[in-house]
Design a protein. Structure first.
Length: 299
């Protein structure tokens, strides 16, 4: 017997398939998953405005994993449970399954009707849709276009900084979209992460789908072995003081950032820590603000 899925979010995917009859179009699955999370307040996944509306890369990755473990089969367009899961002990003992089953009974729309419902209720997620013109009237499209106006002054030139600590990759990308970021500069020395989406390979692949370029600047990073030796806030302050003193020696990377800023007008520096003051990225942005008179905003 296959072991139960590791996470509740993965069980939710199987429950949706089970109570939808065992088979779902991939677009329908994403839309039903989105609506369920929005309407119940469960925070398993986050979503981005993608080709056909709301989309979760993490959910898609979980579906791939569930396929590898033998729970389902999928092709380009469709998902299918290999076997019914209703009688399995871990399903019977799961209280959320009843909530999902009852909720899904009220959601009879599929295909374009379901997509249209999501676009009307949550127009932001339709801003990048390839099919919104086929599904919405002029008034509804106007709401979508308004949802796409994400910055107060599109002509403002700024360097932003952002950390991904505590964020889903989709929440992270939404913050970049809402600030109209054109280029993300990764200032980690080793851009690896166990969290889905935040390694160099993932960022370089995902961000261009939203019109955002990716640039890794390892010369601005701090060696991990140095960070591992920090034991208190005083150690961190000493590290940042030394980093600031040595920043002029990293002139090639700083010049590259300035050049990219002049080209793109709206760029962001990224690293791990949630708060910019706990991360060396603030040392870089402070240096640029002082020496190049660039406006800096911390997300």
């Amino acid at each position: 017997m296959i072991n139960p899925p590791t996470y509740n979010r993965q069980k939710l995917l199987l429950f949706l398939l089970e109570y939808a009859g065992g088979t779902l179009n991939k677009v329908d699955l994403q839309k039903l998953l989105f609506l369920y999370l929005q309407e119940t307040g469960v925070n398993y996944y986050a979503f981005v405005p993608y080709r056909f509306g709301c989309y979760s890369f993490v959910a898609a990755d979980d579906l791939d994993l569930l396929q590898k473990r033998g729970w389902l089969e999928q092709n380009k367009k469709e998902l299918r449970l290999r076997n019914s899961i209703a009688s399995l002990p871990w399903v019977k003992n799961n209280s959320e399954r009843t909530v999902i089953k009852d909720w899904l009974k009220q959601k009879t729309k599929r295909g374009q009707e379901l997509v249209r419902e999501v676009y009307r209720k949550y127009p932001y997620y339709a801003i990048n849709s390839e099919i919104k013109g086929q599904l919405l009237d002029k008034k509804e499209l106007a709401f979508v276009n308004q949802a796409g106006v994400v910055i107060s002054d599109p002509n403002q030139k700024s360097i932003y900084t952002i950390g991904y600590e505590g964020l889903h990759i989709e929440e992270y990308i939404n913050r970049l979209i809402r600030k109209d970021i054109k280029l993300l500069c990764d200032v980690r020395q080793n851009p690896l992460s166990r969290k889905y989406g935040f390694s160099k390979r993932n960022l370089a692949a995902l961000l261009p789908k939203f019109g955002i370029e990716y640039l890794h600047l390892p010369g601005l990073g701090i060696e991990s072995k140095i960070r591992k030796g920090l034991t208190n806030s005083n150690d961190v302050n000493i590290l940042f003081d030394n980093y600031k003193k040595n920043l002029p020696e990293r002139q090639n990377e700083l010049t590259r950032i300035i050049g990219e800023f002049k080209k793109h007008k709206r760029i962001a520096l990224t690293c791990f820590e949630r708060e910019s003051q706990n991360c060396h990225r603030h040392c870089i942005s402070d240096f640029l603000a002082i020496h190049s008179r660039i406006t800096v905003c911390h997300l």
